[in-house]
Ligand binder design. Structure first.
Ligand SMILES: [Zn+2]
Length: 86
């Protein structure tokens, strides 16, 4: 058995209609993803790898949420507010 792991943007699909030219990476199924083994240790190691890979690619981790580079750019440009109700 193996475990599929993927980091998904917590802002996915929220603004597909408002910003059609700024697609969220997760709506495009383009986030960091990898197959882990069937042990807890493998899942933990894979999660660390995915988090490091995401940050290298420009993902942000704010308030316990992952934000893809496109959504993060939109937030930094002031087009969208960061979730604060967490
Ligand atoms: Zn996104």
């Amino acid at each position: 058995m193996a475990v599929w792991m993927e980091i998904r943007c917590d802002y996915r699909s929220e603004h597909k209609i408002i910003f059609p030219d700024e697609p969220c990476w997760s709506d495009e199924n383009n986030g960091p993803m990898e197959m882990a083994g069937n042990t807890q240790q493998s899942a933990i190691r894979n999660h660390r790898f995915l988090a490091r890979d995401a940050k290298k690619a420009g993902w942000a981790f704010k308030n316990g949420e992952w934000i893809c580079p496109t959504c993060w750019a939109r937030i930094q440009a002031g087009k969208e507010a960061l979730h604060t109700d967490i």
